[in-house]
Design a protein around this ligand. Sequence first.
Ligand code: UT7
Length: 337
Amino acid sequence: MYHSKISGLGYYVPENVVTNDDLSKVIDTNDAWIQERTGIQERRHVIKGDGDTTTTMGVKAAKAAIARAGIANDDIDFIIFATLSPDYYFPGPGVLVQRDLGLTRTVGALDVRNQCSGFLYAISVADQFIKTGMYKNILVIGSELHSTGLDMTTRGRNVSVIFGDGAGAAVLTREEDLTKGILSTHLHSEGQFAEELSLAAPGMGRRWVTDIIADNDPDDISYYPYMNGQFVFKNAVQRLAEVVGEGLAANNLAVSDIDMLIPHQANLRIAQFIQHKFQLPDDKIHNNIMKYGNTTAASVPIALTEAWELGKIKAGDLVVLAAFGSGFTWGSAVIRW
Ligand code: UT7
């Protein structure tokens, strides 16, 4: 039996900064509303034609993580890719990473469909493979390209001002010291609320593709994400607090043992609610939604990488990751760095 540790981290965001004022030129919104309700000041959007996709951004983040892990591309034994915005409906982006990193080995590539908690699900799966000794190095990516699929009209404003593009990646590596690395992961779902935060099309279950094409309806909003914002908010604060508590309890740890909490960057108000509930000082939580918006599966690895780059995470620290989102799905990971 082994543990797994995070041996390398990386992130990538497109250069193009979109401010709240930029959005207010195309949508009936304003900087004050967005900052007050979400904390977001700006986000990144790809520029049409620049070539950035969910996969290419993920590969850029992955290259940084692999370099920091000090391994070669071909040392990767398995790839796990979490996203809600894949380049293709199928195949998923995992195989595209196997191709674009130029791996000579035909390693397995798994795609995770758990939206905002996708990265938590992905590292939990990676952790199980490493614990059993099956794999030594697993590349885990969370990447998201939202801007190409948002309703950039006033109709979609409660969703479209929130989401941003970006990617984060981690290399998980076998750790023989069982006091270090990932101590536990905790995953949950509550499918009765699947439609409260969802994107219906082009799901095959409800409408035939031939009908969608025949309808050719410019007012078909089923291709845009839908969110029951206040309902999601209430569930997010409750479930995030629960799952952090669950992770601590499973390891006989207390809130006072946390050195760094990295919450999913859904809304600064949600993160602040959790911080307040646990009475965490400002230096024990890292938020960057102000700069990047909500990047769903990429948000935790981007924030984790940034916190690590800023020197906010040191060897021996207790780091807790937590996320909540569409599904509903949520999860946490407790890590001794
Ligand atoms: O990452 C996955 C998990 N996601 C989350 O956890 C997100 C959770 N939800 C939220 O963060 C918040 O619900 C939002 C930030 C999405 C929305 O904030 P809210 O306070 O729940 O606003 P609301 O949707 O209830 O709308 C309040 C008002 C409405 O106007 P009226 O009906 O009161 O006149 C909206 O039309 O704000 C209006 N509104 C806006 N106004 C300016 C909604 N979006 C905007 C906007 N700009 N972008």
